[in-house]
Design a protein around this ligand. Structure first.
Ligand SMILES: *[C@@H]1O[C@H](CO)[C@@H](O)[C@H](O)[C@H]1NC(C)=O
Ligand SMILES: *[C@@H]1O[C@H](CO)[C@@H](O)[C@H](O)[C@H]1NC(C)=O
Ligand SMILES: *[C@@H]1O[C@H](CO)[C@@H](O)[C@H](O)[C@H]1NC(C)=O
Ligand SMILES: *[C@@H]1O[C@H](CO)[C@@H](O)[C@H](O)[C@H]1NC(C)=O
Ligand SMILES: *[C@@H]1O[C@H](CO)[C@@H](O)[C@H](O)[C@H]1NC(C)=O
Ligand SMILES: *[C@@H]1O[C@H](CO)[C@@H](O)[C@H](O)[C@H]1NC(C)=O
Ligand SMILES: *[C@@H]1O[C@H](CO)[C@@H](O)[C@H](O)[C@H]1NC(C)=O
Ligand SMILES: *[C@@H]1O[C@H](CO)[C@@H](O)[C@H](O)[C@H]1NC(C)=O
Ligand SMILES: *[C@@H]1O[C@H](CO)[C@@H](O)[C@H](O)[C@H]1NC(C)=O
Length: 480
């Protein structure tokens, strides 16, 4: 009798924490370790388990079973664990989950089952009883689809990770889940975004559909995503978009359309994106940008137009974007004629642009736009190709150093043309520059290789100009 009383009184004297630690550790399954810090964590990862332990401590709040060899989850596989908040089953070999497997985990918030490459099917009642789930990770499994009603009880779900599966369409199960904030569906085989695929997702902030096979986006498919901030549609098969593709997405901060097959940019596409800060349009086949396309992008900081088929960039297309921080234009066949003179000036004034290698006209092919000197006749720019030596030489004013250089450039141009037919290769000192996002760009950093006759000509002209003054005609005769 006295012994019992003694024991009870000792137990009551122990602080609550110590009791909890004792309970957590006492019921720890073999081949797992259990720790009680703020709550009871059960660590059974990398333990070679082929079957689940029979029992877990009933106060377990986190269980980690990653990297075992689990194959099968039976009904109520974990028993009743009312304190369990987080369960991780990543990197196992689970191929079948019995309906109701997670029953008894009524307070589960986070469930991770990524990298189980044999899960190809989930029953409608897989998640029955798990009503507080907020974060669900099913990435890198082998799912082709999931039942439309599978999340019927998971109304609190905020983050759904399903990347790297075999989905051919956006799962209908997510429709109307108004608490979802993040959806990861990248690296699947999705072919279209239907008008009703994304209905009722009013809290969604992040949607990743990159690296799918999307070739069609239906008109206003994104219309309910009024809180969306990040939209990834890159590396798909889009060759066109509906007129009002992004209508209503006024909170969008980042839109990635890179790596598609777009040829034209329409001014109707980005009309609502007043908060857009970063726009990726790289790695498409853009030939044409409609005037007004970027008109309403008043918050834009970075624009990626590199690796397209652009030859020119009309000034009115860019006029309204004064505060652009970075503009990526490399890997386009730029035609560096007078229509790009504004860009060169802009580039020099704001230092906003990275390299702009010229593909044509042939006289400047291989140079960077920054190195091209535009000739002026009577104050207006004259395209290098159009400049007619005999007439031009008497009219070009060579008052500033720039104009003088452009005169020389123009005069000696024919020699270049003939001797170094392969302007692109011979004139450029190409170095590979890695840009912020890891893409390589061809940068032109070298100087033009001057043939010795031209150099001589240059020196003669320079001296003559200083000594004699008006002698343009003399130069042209002498040098040609
Ligand atoms: C995983 O499961 C599949 C099918 O259920 C089986 O073929 C494979 O051998 C298993 N792999 C391991 C490592 O147990
Ligand atoms: C969203 O979550 C809140 C609480 O987290 C809940 O009250 C609400 O019912 C949920 N919405 C839906 C559609 O279930
Ligand atoms: C792209 O724009 C050009 C010029 O307006 C037009 O001729 C062409 O048909 C357009 N192409 C597409 C695919 O819309
Ligand atoms: C820019 O926004 C205004 C006001 O919402 C709209 O009237 C206009 O059509 C938009 N411009 C473009 C090019 O869409
Ligand atoms: C863009 O250029 C690439 C090669 O430079 C070419 O294969 C492709 O057909 C071009 N696209 C268009 C739409 O002109
Ligand atoms: C340049 O200006 C002069 C006189 O101002 C004029 O005679 C000449 O025709 C002009 N040339 C061109 C190409 O406009
Ligand atoms: C260049 O000048 C010659 C002779 O004056 C003329 O025949 C030719 O048409 C001119 N070419 C151009 C492109 O103006
Ligand atoms: C131009 O360059 C290409 C490839 O770099 C080469 O095949 C071709 O022979 C060159 N042509 C001349 C005239 O040098
Ligand atoms: C390019 O320029 C760099 C330095 O500017 C030099 O070290 C390199 O040898 C040059 N390469 C060629 C191919 O001229």
């Amino acid at each position: 009798m006295t012994v019992i009383i003694f024991t009870v009184s000792v137990l009551c004297l122990l602080p609550q924490e110590v009791l909890a630690r004792w309970a957590c550790v006492r019921a720890c399954p073999p081949s797992c370790t259990c720790t009680q810090e703020k709550s009871c964590s059960v660590l059974c990862d990398r333990s070679g388990l082929a079957e689940l332990p029979k029992e877990f401590p009933c106060e377990a709040s986190a269980i980690n079973l990653d990297k075992n060899r689990l194959k099968f989850l039976s009904e109520r596989a974990f028993g009743t664990l009312p304190s369990l908040k987080s369960l991780s089953l990543d990197h196992n070999n689970i191929s079948f989950i019995t309906p109701g497997a997670f029953k008894g985990l009524s307070n589960l918030v986070e469930l991770k089952m990524a990298h189980n490459e044999y899960i190809s099917y989930l029953h409608t009642r897989t998640f029955t009883g798990v009503k507080k789930l907020v974060h669900l990770d099913l990435s890198d499994c082998n799912l082709f689809s999931i039942p439309d009603r599978i999340f019927i009880e998971q109304t609190a779900l905020k983050e759904l990770l399903c990347f790297q599966n075999n989905f051919r369409r956006i799962p209908g199960a997510i429709r109307g889940m108004e608490n979802l904030t993040h959806i990861y569906l990248e690296r699947n085989k999705i072919e279209a975004v239907a008008y009703n695929s994304l209905l009722g997702l009013g809290s969604l902030k992040y949607l990743n559909l990159q690296e799918n096979r999307i070739n069609v986006i239906h008109e206003q498919a994104f219309q309910d995503l009024t809180r969306l901030e990040n939209l990834y549609l890159n590396d798909n098969l889009l060759s066109d978009l509906p007129k009002l593709a992004f209508k209503g997405l006024s909170r969008l901060k980042m839109l990635n359309l890179g790596g598609n097959q777009l040829t034209n940019l329409s001014k109707t596409w980005f009309s609502d994106q007043v908060e857009l800060e970063v726009l990726y349009l790289d790695r498409n086949q853009l030939l044409y940008i409609e005037e007004g396309t970027f008109e309403n992008l008043t918050s834009l900081i970075t624009l990626h137009l590199n690796s397209n088929n652009l030859t020119t960039l009309p000034f009115p297309v860019f006029q309204p974007i004064y505060f652009l921080g970075r503009l990526y234009l490399f890997r386009n066949p730029w035609e560096c004629d007078c229509s790009l003179e504004w860009l060169k000036e802009w580039m020099e004034n704001y230092k906003l642009v990275r390299d702009i290698p010229c593909a044509s006209p042939s006289s400047v092919a291989g140079l960077d736009l920054g190195e091209v000197v535009f000739a002026k006749v009577n104050g207006t720019c004259v395209d290098p190709a159009d400049l007619n030596l005999t007439t031009a030489s008497s009219e070009i004013t060579s008052t500033t150093e720039n104009r003088f250089k452009s005169l020389i450039f123009t005069l000696i141009h024919p020699e270049f043309g003939d001797q170094m037919g392969n302007g692109t290769e011979s004139l450029r000192n190409g170095t590979l520059i890695e840009s912020e996002d890891g893409q390589l760009s061809a940068g032109v950093t070298g100087q033009r290789a001057w043939p010795s006759e031209s150099l001589f000509c240059f020196i003669v002209m320079w001296l003559s100009l200083g000594l004699i003054g008006q002698s343009d005609l003399f130069f042209s005769l002498y040098c040609t």
